[in-house]
Design a protein around this ligand. Structure first.
Ligand code: 26W
Length: 807
């Protein structure tokens, strides 16, 4: 995609202006001077200045867009995994030299200042990070975008391993993170929960009123995200729950305990991010969070629109609302509620506008992740919303009946089934577009997840392959590679990732290939230093750095990786002098706190790492390190140091993956299955530059019925040897019987079936790595093929084909 937004002509700020502001802020806010200021004060002062610049730039951009009557997009997501912002803002505003220079003049090193910022961990993993990447890309592409989410007081938990067992600590990020936020209390909105619905007829007009409800105020706090080399700034509006007049009605009526009880419940709404990934919980607090976010955001969208246009008639022409997975689905009936109950629209007119406004992305096919809410819970927590869903469903079922005259089919397709509301079904029905996040995933949802819906409305379904805010992991994290790219292909790739293709011309340039090897070595050394400081563990930087970094989930198959390492260990113990290409396996992963098997697998990996330490000579060839507390800022040091990117999910389970893209652009070779976006990585780099293994989706489908992992175990000595180690005490004295039993009896994600093929891919990796030039060429082919996975490309597809935005 050619990025056509004009580059900002004038400098954001000069070094002298910056210095003046910096000294002023230190003086006024902290009564200190650059000489005396702590790193924390420098961070806060610098952040304040940058936020001020972003806010002013956003205002200007909004005014311009409004005067041109441009359509804008609102991206609703329960998660935005932002990570750190200061560095990315300074880079995107193109004020790196000014900032570094100004601080240097004052004797301050910027790197230690960046370290003061906590990660804004307002998300679990892929879906949340994708939302953050898209805000960056929407601004880079020059689109007018606002993200909405919750200002969780506690983000994703901090992970600490105690003897290899995951423990969770609260992530109290706001003390440091609040410097990024701009409070807008005058734009607070009210959200109503609970209560009784009272219907009445007045002069033939039907009206509905909610009585005895709980009122919760939603206070907006804004974060700004600058685009790189563009005039646009995205806004992320985070809602915090506050109880303005905590149930005054009840106080007045003398119901003191009830009033205070509601107060406590309301304040809990924005306390903490649910740490489940791919597993729906069905808890009433989570439902309240979802409605709180959806209702506050819709109110804000409507208020803004009415302020500009004075009517909702043209809402769908001026506004696109995007639903990031089903978590914000209640925004749909909420907009219906406002149009029907507050603005006097009739049902058909309201429904027409609503269905031309919403679009929905599906991010997972895991059945346990598909959200369903109990009718009774919805009825009690959001009574009016529930009644609207019932009405939407009745009208939908009537249409389905007219079409199919098949009761079983209508029951199956209906939004409400067995006293549960199926959120994905509601989303598909109410959205004008539905997309998956990689080609293969978009095919799977048409063929399986939404088979009937696809047959009913095929025109709704489309694909947008995920993309990443690649500058964060390349320009801002890999200085060496960025320099080599600039020297060889110019700096156009920073604005337009498709220019990375030009690097392919250097595939046979020995000097470039050698530089690439040297850069990777430097990055590995930097990472090794970080590991040494944090864990006191020494890594062999001559070894292959083989990385599997992502949430811990059985479908992602960290257990398959672990089994191979155990098999390698067994081999090395029997063949201590055999030639062996040294490998360091690097893991980082958080498990959902209630996911027992995932926690067992973390403990297993940790125990393997401890076991390997016992034999020093062996350990130099085979090493495992489990990095605690995987987060965005850890990924930024890790990605540039990776040689191998493990993407080994069972084919058909990983919707896309985005870590695969971050590793690829840093020159890591994908060792993976034909799953998610790996399929498209393969298309980009060709068979010589990716290490594929395992069954494809069709083969998985064929192998599933009658799959007997125990037979594979009994017939495969190497596999048996590895699995038996789980129960022999040979892994630092711990027993992993539950993992072994689960694999031998069920092996839901078919690790045994792909085991030999996986080992073969690992062998091919080692072999290729021994030829440094060959490996470097593979790496170059990955870097030069990564442009398509830019979030700039992805959001441009959304903007053109789904949201119908113009620049
Ligand atoms: C309700 C609990 C819950 C929470 C989070 C259910 C599902 C989720 C997410 C949809 C899980 C998720 O992050 N999915 C990932 O989304 C990425 C961005 O599209 C994809 O790259 C990953 O393949 C997918 O697992």
């Amino acid at each position: 995609m050619a990025n056509t937004t004009p580059k900002t002509e004038s400098k954001t700020i000069t070094k002298e202006e910056l210095k003046e502001q910096f000294i002023d802020v230190l003086h006024n806010d902290f009564q200190t001077t650059p000489d005396e200021a702590s790193d924390q004060q420098v961070y806060e002062a610098l952040t304040k200045i940058v936020v001020g610049i972003l806010k002013a730039k956003r205002r200007k951009f909004t005014v311009k867009n409004r005067s041109e009557g441009k359509k804008k997009v609102y991206y609703l997501s329960m998660e935005f995994l932002m990570g750190r912002s200061l560095k990315t803002s300074i880079y995107n505003l193109e004020m790196v030299d000014e900032t570094v220079g100004m601080l240097k003049d004052l004797g301050i090193s910027i790197n230690s200042i960046y370290e003061m910022e906590p990660d804004a961990g307002l998300g679990n993993g892929g879906l949340g990070r994708l939302a953050a990447c898209y805000l960056d890309a929407l601004a880079a592409d020059g689109y007018h975008a606002t993200g909405y989410s919750i200002l969780y007081e506690y983000g994703i938990f901090k992970q600490k391993l105690e003897d290899g067992w995951q423990t969770e600590l609260p992530d109290n990020w706001l003390p440091g993170g609040s410097a990024l936020l701009v409070a807008c209390p005058t734009q607070a909105v009210e959200v109503r929960f609970d209560g009784e619905l009272v219907e009445s007829w007045d002069n033939g007009f039907h009206s509905v009123e909610l009585k005895d409800y709980t009122s919760v105020m939603a206070i907006p706090y804004d974060m700004f995200v600058s685009g790189y080399g563009s005039e646009a700034v995205s806004k992320l509006r985070l809602w915090k729950a506050d109880v303005a007049s905590f149930g005054m009605d009840d106080f007045i009526k003398g119901n003191y305990v009830k009033a205070l009880g509601r107060n406590i419940m309301s304040q809990a709404i924005t306390k903490v991010l649910y740490p489940n990934d791919n597993h729906a919980e069905g808890k009433s607090l989570r439902l309240r969070q979802q409605y709180f976010m959806s209702a506050a955001s819709v109110a804000d969208i409507v208020n803004t629109h009415l302020n500009v246009y004075g009517t909702l008639d043209n809402l769908a022409d001026k506004v696109a609302i995007h639903i990031n997975d089903t978590h914000p689905t209640l925004a749909i009936p909420e907009l219906m509620r406002i149009m029907l109950d507050e603005c006097g629209y009739d049902w058909d007119s309201a429904w027409d506008i609503v269905t031309r406004t919403f679009a929905y992305t599906n991010h997972t096919v895991m059945p346990e992740a598909l959200e369903k809410w109990e009718c009774n819970l919805l009825k009690s927590v959001v009574p009016r919303i529930y009644s609207i869903i019932v009405e939407i469903n009745e009208r939908y079922c009537r249409k389905l009946w007219d079409m199919y005259h098949d009761e079983a089919k209508v029951t199956h397709m209906s939004i409400i089934e067995k006293n549960m509301v199926k959120m994905a079904t509601l989303c598909v029905h109410a959205s004008h577009h539905v997309n998956g996040v990689a080609k293969i995933h978009s095919e799977i949802i048409k063929r399986e997840t939404f088979k009937d819906e696809y047959a009913y409305t095929p025109e709704k379904f489309t694909n947008v392959t995920n993309g990443i805010a690649y500058r964060r992991w390349l320009y801002q994290s890999n200085e060496g590679l960025t320099k080599l790219l600039k020297d060889s292909i110019g700096d156009g790739f920073l604005r337009d990732a498709s220019e990375l293709e030009k690097f392919r011309a250097f595939a046979d340039d020995k000097a470039v290939l050698e530089q690439l090897t040297a850069i990777k070595k430097q990055n590995k050394e930097r990472f090794a230093k970080y590991v040494k400081n944090r864990y006191g563990v020494v890594l062999n930087t001559e070894s292959i750095f083989d990385c599997q970094v992502k949430r811990l989930h059985e479908y992602k198959r960290q257990q398959l990786n672990a089994l191979n390492i155990i098999a390698e260990y067994n081999y090395l113990r029997s063949n201590p002098d055999a030639p062996f290409v040294p490998k360091t396996y690097i893991f980082a992963a958080k498990a959902a706190p209630g996911y027992y098997m995932a926690k067992q697998i973390i403990k297993l990996i940790w125990n393997i790492s401890q076991e390997l330490k016992k034999d020093k000579r062996l350990n130099e060839k085979l090493n495992v390190i489990f990095m605690e507390d995987y987060c965005v800022s850890l990924s930024e040091i890790l990605m540039p140091a990776a040689d191998i990117s493990e993407q080994i999910s069972l084919a058909g389970t990983e919707a896309s993956g985005t870590g695969n893209m971050k590793l690829m652009i840093n020159g890591a070779i994908t060792l993976g299955t034909l799953d998610g976006a790996n399929v498209e990585i393969f298309e980009q780099v060709g068979a010589d530059n990716i290490l594929l293994f395992g069954m494809n989706v069709d083969e998985v489908e064929r192998a599933k019925p009658g799959y007997r992992p125990i037979d594979i175990y009994n017939n495969n000595g190497v596999l048996k040897g590895a699995v038996d180690m789980l129960t022999s005490g040979g892994l630092n004295g711990e027993y992993f019987g539950e993992i072994a039993n689960s694999l031998k009896s069920t092996d839901t994600y078919m690790a045994f079936a792909d085991f030999d093929s996986y080992r073969d891919a690992q062998r091919r990796a080692s072999e290729s790595y021994t030829d440094a030039e060959k490996w470097s060429r593979m790496s170059l082919m990955n870097i030069s093929g990564a442009g398509i996975f830019s979030a700039d490309r992805a959001v441009d597809e959304y903007a053109r084909y789904i949201w119908q935005l113009t620049k």
